[in-house]
Write a protein that binds this ligand. Sequence first.
Ligand code: OAD
Length: 256
Amino acid sequence: MSDSPDDAITRAAEQIAEADHLCVMTGAGASAESGIPTFRDALDGLWSKYDPTDLATPEAFNRDPATVSRWYEHRRQLCLGCEPNPGHHALAELQRAFLEADRQFTLITQNVDGLHQRAGSQDPIQLHGSLFQWRCIACEQRHEPGDQEPETFPPPCPACEQPLRPSVVWFGEALPPEALAAAGDAAEGCDVFLSIGTSSQVQPAASLAWTAVHGGATLIEINPDPTPVTSRADAAISLPFTTAMDRLLSELSEIG
Ligand code: OAD
């Protein structure tokens, strides 16, 4: 459905105000206004500057673990230097309002930057893992790095000295099964699905909006650019994340 941002915001607020279970899924666009590059934006998307097959696959890590782990540490340090934006905070506020009203709220994120947690969002389902956890390729021990950069790359596992890898899903790898199952259940069971800042191109995350729609949910999208779900959205808010969330929460507070 294509209409003005104002009409889309009004309709989205009406749907969210009535929702018993709101399921939100975010992509890199939610962190763009925090200064973290997206992946596919033509000008400064990460994949326009780097070849993902050189950095974001198990083969790339096996070929050159030092370069791959150094690149992920660079992205982690970039995230540590960024702040959650007003959209992240608005989303955390919306979750609190739902929980206080004893209504269900699920946040699914494809992002690995930790900004939702830093804004106060509770229990986000991190479909693609996190930059803030490393995992040993041998003993599988998880390791939460401090703010300092590791001294060597790849950093050694504290338990067995074998290389640590970032706990981020690489191309060609399966998503964490428990996260994917929880996300699928939430998409299937929600009555409103809000897709924010994702190009809706990467599976299986991109199928969650359709799972929600097939389950009878209302579909709302926040994205300044069109995506494969825009034409199916009951409300397509063609605004940046922070602006859209600010307007949405204002409308919701007027509805009461
Ligand atoms: P993309 O870079 O593919 O898409 C970002 C989307 O955000 C685009 O549709 C932009 O139009 C939109 N966008 C940009 N600025 C925005 C803003 N201020 N507010 C709202 N939307 C904005 O990123 P993802 O869809 O998240 O995979 O990519 C999905 C996955 O592909 C990522 O999780 C990553 C990547 O390879 C892994 O890390 C496994």
